[in-house]
Design a protein around this ligand. Sequence first.
Ligand code: PEP
Ligand code: MG
Length: 537
Amino acid sequence: MMYRGIPASRGMSMGRAVIHQFSDPAAFERTHDLSMSISAEKNRIVKAVGAVCSELDMICESLEKSMEQKFIDIFRTQKMILNDPNIHCEMNKELESGKSRAEDAVRTVFLRWEALFRSLDRSVIQDRADDIVDASRRLMTHLLGKKECTLPFCDDACILITRELLPSEVVLIHERHFAGVVLSSGSPDSHAAIIMRELGIPCVVKALPSAQEVPADCLVLLDAVNGQVLVDPTIIEKEQFQRSCERFSTLRKNCREARKLPSVTRCGIEVSVFSNISGLGEAATALENGACGIGLLRIENLFLARHSVPGDEELYNLIRDCIAPFAGREIVLRLLDLGGDKNIAYLNITQEENPFLGRRGIRLLLARLDLLRQQLRVFLRVNKEIPIRIMIPMVTFADEVKTVRDLLQEVALEEGCSGIPPLGAMVETPAAALAMNTLLPMCDFFSVGTNDLIQYTLAAGRTNSSVTDLRRRHHPALWRLLRTICSEAGGKSVTLCGELAADPDALPMVLKCGIRSLSMASPMIPEIKERIRGLEI
Ligand code: PEP
Ligand code: MG
């Protein structure tokens, strides 16, 4: 039987089906036995939190040698959530109402916090919502006295079939050597999918009506390049699949071996391939994957994993440590891209009704000059040690760039800098793309953010799963905008840094539109470079 889904992490593998029950704390039914005392229920929560924290410590310890710090941090974050005084205070209030047992209090409070985080943000804070679900699931499992719903170890090749995955489960899947994952639900944009791409675990999402559709232990052929899942295949299907796997792994191997070579098409067009990064440790991996520089450092994460704005010194150290492996090469730091959909509680950003059309990116920074000044000051200090470029997110008007340029000059004077680093704009609104001539005098370079440009051009929100099908990357309007941006950039560099940059099928059109520089998540770099070398353009 063949099922079709969406490839979320490219790759091909085959193995025995292992069905995993996704344990959902929201599915816990309210108890009506309220015979226990409030203090006894409070104690149960305290004990369960203690037990879960020890469990998390053990997981972190066991991963210490084999995994990058950022993956281990997923478990540390859960520990932080479980010890959050606000969450404890709310759980105590629930218990004091006399209407809840410990399980009810955990369910109610964590669901409330999850809903809050989901309503706030599309990506970075959404990750936090996943962590909240994960933490509450562990806590609930302990309270209910169940065995932890962990993934089994597999000694032969296995494909995990389940409804959804949480980030921590992906880390364990990698540890337990699963050959691939098929999700009946999920999304290619989820935090879990991003981690699977980074770890190279093939995955297809939205592939089955339900995980129960697949009988346990039957053979599954997973083609996460074309989004196909073959369950219980015939001998001929299996042989064909094995040949495709061999071709794919030869291609992968060639890509890896050639990842540090330049990427020049057969007709001699040289394309620079940069990496997008967002945290510590990613630059080293990007260098290893053959990136020629950092095309986009998203600094949002550096602000997120904390309770207050970092001080200058702290921000300086964080940024310097993030980019150090690329010192001496081109590095682009983007100013904080927050607002509306991407929020940070401690910044008290006003909630808006239509956040994607609201105060985002530079609009927000111009309303929060304290934040903007600090970033410019810190970027200038970094620039003294490691030369960088500064990029402005969500530009619509030339005067937004002018204001930042003037402020940058002013801060540079205060800091005793002799000059300022190159300043560029992200082109991610149709207005910016169609009025390049107005931006040109103000900008030293441009970077096209297709994730946003596509949603604004096609009027289909990037987080709205009901219009996923409408966010087609290959719409002629997008190519027309890309052509316009490149031809009207006055010879200044134009990098493409949205997800489109890592789409091998879009590559020929992207180059035909005039793009000569790409920036993407680093695991895709070897394959994209190899594709470039094979193009007759
Ligand atoms: C984009 O919009 O394509 C982009 C790179 O910015 P972000 O995804 O961070 O909004
Ligand atoms: Mg964007």
